[in-house]
Design a protein around this ligand. Sequence first.
Ligand code: ATP
Length: 234
Amino acid sequence: MLVLDGLCAGYHGLQILHELDLRVDAGEIVALVGANGAGKTTTLRAVSGLIRSSSGSITFDGRRADGVRTAELVARGLVQVPEERALFGPLTVEENLRMGSWTQRRGGNEEAALAEVFDLFPILAERRRQAAETFSGGQQQMLAIGRALMARPKLLMLDEPSTGLSPKLTWAVLDAVRTIRDRGVAVLLVEQNAAQALRMADRAYVLESGSCALSGPGPELADDDRVRAAYLGL
Ligand code: ATP
């Protein structure tokens, strides 16, 4: 589904990612963990086309994705939920959701996608006419994920979806991520709650200074002494 091969990228000549290799297969949740500044967000930005890579390659769904505009990638099914959520505050829940389907104006797709989102997050259905800005952090995160799903992604990328959420809401959001995977959408997840992210991930990568230090099945990494000492504070 997604393959990064020797990816190098950074900002204004400052290289952050150093020959990063990473893969997300169809039907799996892949977690990206690592210390602050390791390059997790930079990886997502490079994949979404928000920054240009300087060498290496990004392949999505069998086609080169580096150098492709973000809007084109969304249309191909590669969709990122931004960390800051970027909702349209004065618009209602339903209006925000419908904004997400601009790539999908074909037949009844939009209504079907909306029904799926409401099924995943019933609170959004209950409050569909409420302005997004009146929502709590957890509800806004659900709305941001819902809006991304309206584009019918094949791969959904999430940047720290639990930021600012209570433990209970964090579980609710991560639970929804599992359901999304079970519905057939691959997920690349950057998460500050490394322990939770590793436990739920099919596979995971530990980033260190812009390259991969360790990788393997999520639960295995969660039990790895090096990971526990360095990243989980155990
Ligand atoms: P965090 O959990 O802190 O977000 P991260 O692993 O996501 O960590 P990145 O945000 O990818 O890390 O940052 C990697 C490095 O790139 C850091 O040294 C950071 O200071 C630098 N960096 C991030 N954004 C920019 C930018 N817009 N311009 C210049 N340098 C940046």
